[in-house]
Design a binder for this molecule. Structure first.
Ligand code: 2AM
Length: 557
């Protein structure tokens, strides 16, 4: 890196000696691009401070190097229900195995990324930290657990990290003024639309694809990308920014007896901030705890002290309901500080660009929950479900390297996607048709009722007829007395599933993380035990190996 190209001088405490001796290894493991982005940013900052930095993905890291590291920065995310990203599996297992080395000479810092609306928030990061400590390493600074609106915490962590690391370095002779850091990303010219700079796209159609009597409202949504250069691959997700509804914000302001017109620091009104920048429809444990402090209500205090009750409350309510049930006084500033930042919603893309060209398709379940006679909606799903032709949406592509078709078109694929989990498989099947791939394909799909909830039924029948889809197994859970789920179909087909896997098939799971993906995983373990002759541990190892080999990929939420 070029440290002394500029003569801009900063405050003297920012001026450091270049060419420090010890290398700082920055290791990242992330399912989406966030972890990599944060790691790159950290590496760049440390480099600019004159430190020697080695930035590596956990997927490319040779675990044997670990014992020789002295300074390690780990950025790792947790996804779904406490799951380790695929890239991190090998290192994670190594650290937890008997082969793990003593790390007495290691100083490290973990930055964990997660989503606090899930139960096992930042679990992978916490596990890494615990293992490093157990192996004798010491923390450079306490673990930082970041929520989905992570930037401010990341900046603070980074700042502190560079100060700590610089203090550790032997002081050299040469003092070099630093170049003023440019804020743009190095690749800003090539990257077209991003989370921060989304594309404004138009809705073509939003069509209900569940029946009139279905308990679910699922829409097939088509969006026109126009002539914008927004490329995506099957398996990628579309990020959709949606504002909170004005009705909901007014109701909240009314309940809190706050004036929405007051202008806060950023020159925006409270109402604008609540509509555009704050999360109102996904509740987190943190928000409830902080609200409990203000409300000082006995029942609520009990609730926040009971982890299980709190979790249930958080998943079953919105902020407005908390406010209504447990009134408290709060100022506009306090409210803004208490609420989590609004984040875009990610939808697995349901189309192949080679098939639909300048369009992108989504499969959207409208979130609508009625409690005490009042229906509460999900922010983006409401907006997408009710969209009319020509409505504008702010979107961007969130690429997902961990959910990709096999490179070899002859490789077989097993796709497990009940409910809206079918979305990326529609993209996969379209893509394989365009590519004239001749590998076999097998879809497992399920939903409550065949009459009401057989999503994309006509298309699926076409695919089967034309051979784009080789095989399908269906589980309509409520069409008979006992529940039948896709994992039951998977178990019934265990022998054949095992044969496919043995001959190199790739396995994909998309949909509910909490129950479905776990039950499917257990069923796969049972299949490997029964047909592969493994014990439980060997079966786990087998699927972990498949994950590392990118042959078992999940997109679960
Ligand atoms: P249910 O609602 O009748 O229980 C898509 O949402 C489908 O997934 C539905 O048919 C739903 O069935 C089913 N489902 C619910 N829990 C599941 C689980 N643990 N494993 C697999 N499928 C499940």
């Amino acid at each position: 890196a070029n440290f002394n190209q500029s003569s801009h001088t900063r405050a003297s405490n920012d001026v450091v000696n270049a060419q420090h001796s010890e290398t700082v290894t920055v290791l990242y493991g992330s399912q989406t691009g966030n972890g990599r982005g944060v790691a790159e940013q950290a590496a760049e900052q440390l480099t600019q401070k004159g430190l020697a930095v080695n930035l590596v993905s956990m997927a490319d890291y040779s675990v044997r190097k670990l014992k020789n590291e002295s300074l390690l920065v780990v950025v790792v995310s947790t996804h779904g229900e406490g799951e380790t990203p695929d890239d991190a599996i090998t290192l994670y297992q190594y650290l937890n195995s008997k082969r793990a080395p003593k790390l007495d000479n290691l100083k490290f810092s973990v930055l964990a990324l997660g989503d606090s609306s899930y139960e096992h928030f930042c679990q992978t990061g916490k596990d890494f930290q615990q293992r490093f400590i157990a192996l004798g390493a010491t923390e450079l600074q306490p673990i930082v657990e970041c929520d989905v609106d992570f930037q401010a915490l990341v900046d603070k962590w980074q700042q502190q990290l560079s100060e700590t690391l610089i203090d550790l370095m032997p002081s050299g002779a040469e003092i070099v003024p630093l170049p003023v850091q440019a804020n743009e990303q190095a690749n800003s010219q090539t990257a077209s639309f991003t989370k921060q700079q989304p594309l404004e796209a138009e809705v073509i159609i939003s069509q209900k694809i569940t029946g009139r009597d279905s308990g679910k409202d699922v829409r097939h949504v088509e969006i026109d990308l126009g002539d914008a250069n927004l490329a995506y691959q099957p398996g990628d997700a579309l990020g959709v920014w949606a504002e909170n509804s004005e009705l909901l914000v007014d109701e909240l302001l009314n309940n809190l007896q706050l004036n929405g017109e007051v202008i806060l620091d950023e020159g925006k009104s409270l109402k604008q901030i609540l509509m555009q920048d704050k999360e109102l429809t996904i509740l987190t444990a943190n928000v409830v705890k902080r609200w409990a402090e203000l409300a000082d209500n006995e029942a609520l205090n009990h609730l926040v002290d009971d982890t299980i009750q709190l979790r249930e409350y958080v998943t079953g309510h919105q902020f407005i309901e908390l406010v209504q049930a447990f009134p408290a006084n709060i100022t506009a500033q306090e409210l803004v500080a208490l609420l989590r930042g609004l984040t875009p919603r990610l939808y697995s893309i349901a189309s192949s660009q080679d098939e639909v060209e300048n369009e992108v398709h989504l499969t959207v379940a409208k979130i609508a929950e009625t409690r005490k006679g009042v229906t509460r909606y999900g922010t983006a799903s409401k907006c997408l479900s009710e969209a009319q032709e020509g409505n504008k949406l702010r979107v961007f592509v969130e690429s997902n390297p961990h959910f990709k078709l096999p490179e070899n078109p002859q490789t077989d694929v097993i796709m497990i996607g009940p409910g809206t989990g079918i979305a990326p498989f529609r993209a996969f099947i379209q893509q394989r048709a365009v590519d004239e791939a001749n590998g076999k394909s097998w879809l497992f799909f399920g939903n409550p009722h065949v009459e009401q909830d057989f999503l994309y039924q006509t298309e699926i029948q076409q695919w089967l007829k034309q051979g784009q889809l080789t095989q399908i197994d269906l589980a309509f859970s409520r069409d008979q007395a006992e529940k039948i789920y896709i994992q039951h179909r998977l178990a019934e087909q265990g022998e054949q599933v095992w044969q496919w896997l043995q001959s190199g098939a790739h396995l994909y799971v998309c949909g509910d993380a909490k129950n479905m993906a776990k039950d499917v995983h257990q069923t796969l373990i049972d299949i490997a035990i029964q047909y592969g002759g493994f014990d439980e541990q060997q079966a786990e190892d087998y699927f972990n190996q498949l994950r590392s080999d990118k042959r078992y990929q999940k997109d679960v939420y």
